[in-house]
Design a protein around this ligand. Structure first.
Ligand code: MG
Length: 166
């Protein structure tokens, strides 16, 4: 039963997410750069400062933190061999039919409506910026969730900016 007196740990959740990204070499600015490039295709006047402000807002949303925490933690557990089979192998091999990574990412991309979802599709196909690096890294670490999460956060930021411009 859900404990109605439990206070959601916003600050701890935020730190968890930012630290987990940092441990994989991903900074907020890396995510902002993806969003800036995409935003400027539609709105050339958008600045990095504007993107950074939108990013801080998006990254504090509970839906974003919850989905990001679950995905990043599953990558960590898989990398350390701590999941039970067959889930361990499915995640370590980034099985094409798994789809839970995209599911978590879509929950993030979706928070500002369909613009976020179409951006996510674009980023996922083109693997821009830090996502390309994550995708190509073959160092025994699971990247199954992190690339989708980073892409989804960049998409949500881009969608937030698009809404503020029109
Ligand atoms: Mg994936």
């Amino acid at each position: 039963m859900n404990n109605t007196r439990f206070k959601y740990p916003d600050t701890a959740a935020y730190s968890f997410m930012i630290d987990a990204l940092a441990k994989r070499g991903v900074t907020i600015d890396d995510i902002c750069k993806i969003s800036l490039n995409l935003s400027q295709e539609f709105f050339p006047e958008v600045t990095m400062k504007q993107v950074q402000a939108a990013a801080i807002n998006v990254l504090h949303k509970r839906e974003v933190m919850n989905n990001a925490m679950v995905g990043l933690e599953l990558d960590r557990l898989a990398t350390q061999g701590l999941l039970s089979e067959p889930l361990e192998s499915i995640i370590m091999n980034d099985a094409g039919v798994f789809g839970v990574d995209e599911g978590l990412a879509l929950s993030i991309a979706n928070i500002y409506g369909t613009i976020g979802v179409t951006n996510y599709g674009f980023i996922d196909r083109n693997k821009t910026g830090i996502i390309k690096k994550l995708d190509q890294e073959k160092n025994g670490e699971s990247n199954t969730f992190i690339d989708d999460i980073v892409g989804a956060i960049a998409s949500a930021i881009t969608a937030k900016i698009a809404h503020s411009m029109s």
